[in-house]
Design a protein around this ligand. Structure first.
Ligand SMILES: NC(=O)C1=CN([C@@H]2O[C@H](COP(=O)(O)OP(=O)(O)OC[C@H]3O[C@@H](n4cnc5c(N)ncnc54)[C@H](O)[C@@H]3O)[C@@H](O)[C@H]2O)C=CC1
Ligand SMILES: O=P(O)(O)OC[C@H]1O[C@](O)(CO)[C@@H](O)[C@@H]1O
Length: 381
C-alpha cells in the first residue's frame, strides 16, 4: 500500500507518517524543505521519541520523499499510483498543494478507477472538504466526473502535541505519547481498507468540535495569556495556577456548548478537560508559547477555536466571557516573528482594535461578543 503525505514537518513525521508506516504503508513525504527531502530520501527512515518516562524511540521505516518545488512531476506520478494521500502542511498552505494534487488525480482517473482517499490532517473543521474545493476547480470536467466516483476527501480530526523540534538529527521528532486520528467514515469509499490506529466514525462533528474547542481552544488560551505574563513555554504558563484557572474557565464554557450540543456526559467531559490540561503540562515536552499561539488571524477567524464556540455559546444563552478574554489575548499577541501577529498589530495600529476585531472575526462592533472582547482587551491592555 502506498501513501503520499504532504508536509514532512512535526505532525507529518511525528504522527501521520509514523502511523501510516506502522500500518504497512510505503510513505512518500512531499515537502518544500529540501533538507527534509534529501535526508528522508537518503536514509529511508527517521526516529520518533515518545516524551514520557521511558523516552522510547521508534524508527519509522519504509519512507522516502520528493520535493514539491523541484519534482512536481514525480509528485503527481506518485499520487496517480497511491492508495492514500494525506496532508499536514497548515490549512492556509492547502491552496499551494492543490495544483499538483489535481495533476496527480487527473493522471490517475484517466487510467484507473481504483479508490483514492485524500485526508487533510489539519487543525480545522472541514479541512478535507476545503482541499477538495481547491482541487476540483483545477480539474477539467471529465476528470471531475471520474473523481466523483473514485476519489474521496473524508474530513478528519487529528490530535497529538508535537512541539517545535531542535535536534542534531533534523529528522528526529519528539512527540507526546497520546494520539487520536478520527476520520469521517461516511465520506469514505465503501469497501475501504481501514488504517490501523485510525478511528472511523459516522459523524465527525462531535469529535472535531470536542478536539478543536478543547485541546486547541485551551492551548491557544494558555499561549495568549502566557505571552502576556512573559512566559516562554506552555509548561511555564501552566505552572501558574491563576492562569491555569483561567484556561479551565474557557474550557468550561466550550464544554457547556459541547455537552448541550452533542449530548456528552458532563462528568466524562470534565475528565476529558482534566486530561487535556495534564497533556499541556507534560514536563517531558518544551512547547513554546510562540508555536501554540501562532497565526492569530487564523485562530480568530469565524469558524475556528475561539469565535465559533463563543457564537455557539451566545446562540444557546451560555457564557462566553472567558472565551472573549482569549480573543483579547490574541489581539495582544505581539510576537514579532509571526507574520499574522505582525499583520494584526499593523491593522490595530492603523484602524484600531475594535475594527481589527471585526475584520478578522466577522463580528459587528455592536455584537455582544465583540463588546465583551473589547472590555477584556481594555483590561488586559
Ligand atoms: N504540531 C502539532 O502538534 C499539530 C499540528 N496539527 C496541524 O498539522 C499541520 C502542520 O503542523 P505542524 O506539523 O506543526 O507544522 P510544521 O511547520 O512542522 O510542518 C508543516 C510542513 O509543511 C511543509 N510545507 C509548507 N508548504 C508546503 C508545500 N507547498 N508543499 C509541501 N509541504 C509544504 C513545511 O516545510 C513543513 O515541513 C497544521 O495544520 C497544524 O494545525 C494538528 C495537530 C497537532
Ligand atoms: O497548529 P495550530 O492550529 O496553529 O495550533 C497549534 C495547536 O496544534 C496542536 O499542536 C495540536 O493540536 C496543539 O498543541 C495546538 O493547540
Amino acid at each position: 500500500m502506498k501513501a503520499v503525505h504532504f508536509g514532512a514537518g512535526n505532525i507529518g513525521r511525528g504522527f501521520i507518517g509514523l502511523l501510516l508506516s506502522q500500518a504497512g504503508y510505503e510513505v512518500t513525504f512531499v515537502d518544500v524543505n529540501e533538507a527534509f527531502v534529501t535526508q528522508l530520501k537518503e536514509r529511508g527512515e527517521y526516529p520518533v521519541t515518545l516524551a514520557s518516562d521511558g523516552q522510547e524511540t521508534v524508527i519509522v521505516k519504509n519512507v522516502t520523499a520528493l520535493s514539491s518545488v523541484t519534482h512536481a512531476d514525480e509528485v503527481a506520478a506518485a499520487i496517480a499510483g497511491a492508495d492514500l494521500v494525506t496532508t499536514a502542511v497548515g490549512v492556509s498552505i492547502l491552496k499551494h498543494i492543490a495544483g499538483v494534487l489535481a495533476d496527480g488525480i487527473s493522471r490517475r482517473v484517466a487510467v484507473s478507477s481504483a479508490p483514492l482517499h485524500v485526508i487533510a490532517c489539519e487543525n480545522a473543521i472541514g479541512g478535507s472538504a476545503q482541499l477538495k474545493e481547491l482541487v476540483y476547480v483545477k480539474l477539467d470536467e471529465a476528470a471531475r466526473a471520474k473523481a466523483e466516483s473514485s476519489v474521496a476527501f473524508p474530513n478528519a480530526a487529528v490530535d497529538r502535541i508535537v512541539p517545535l523540534q531542535q535536534h542534531e538529527d533534523i529528522l528526529k521528532v519528539v512527540v507526546e505519547p497520546f494520539y487520536e486520528w478520527v476520520v469521517d467514515a461516511s465520506q469514505m469509499i465503501p469497501g475501504y481498507t481501514p488504517v490501523e490506529g485510525v478511528h472511523y466514525v459516522d459523524n465527525l462533528e462531535p469529535y472535531i468540535e470536542r478536539k478543536l474547542f478543547t485541546v486547541n481552544t485551551g492551548h491557544c488560551s494558555a499561549a495568549y495569556l502566557g505571552f502576556l505574563q512573559g512566559y516562554e513555554t506552555i509548561q511555564q504558563a501552566m505552572e501558574d495556577e491563576a492562569l491555569t484557572a483561567k484556561v479551565r474557565e474557557v474550557l468550561e464554557e466550550t464544554g457547556a456548548v459541547l455537552i448541550q450540543k452533542h449530548g456528552f456526559d458532563e462528568a466524562e467531559h470534565s475528565k476529558y478537560i482534566d486530561k487535556i490540561l495534564e497533556r499541556f503540562r507534560n514536563p517531558a515536552l518544551t512547547d513554546e508559547v510562540s508555536r501554540v499561539g501562532r497565526s492569530p488571524l487564523r485562530k480568530l477567524s469565524p469558524s475556528d477555536r475561539l469565535v465559533s464556540p463563543a457564537t455557539q455559546a451566545y446562540d444557546r444563552g451560555l457564557s462566553y466571557t472567558a472565551l472573549t478574554r482569549s480573543m483579547a489575548g490574541a489581539l495582544l499577541f505581539k510576537a514579532g516573528d509571526d507574520p499574522e501577529a505582525v499583520e494584526l498589530q499593523a491593522v490595530i495600529a492603523e484602524l484600531g482594535a475594535e475594527a481589527a476585531l471585526t475584520k478578522y472575526t466577522g463580528l459587528a462592533a455592536d455584537h455582544p461578543i465583540h463588546q465583551a472582547a473589547m472590555e477584556q482587551y481594555a483590561k488586559l491592555s
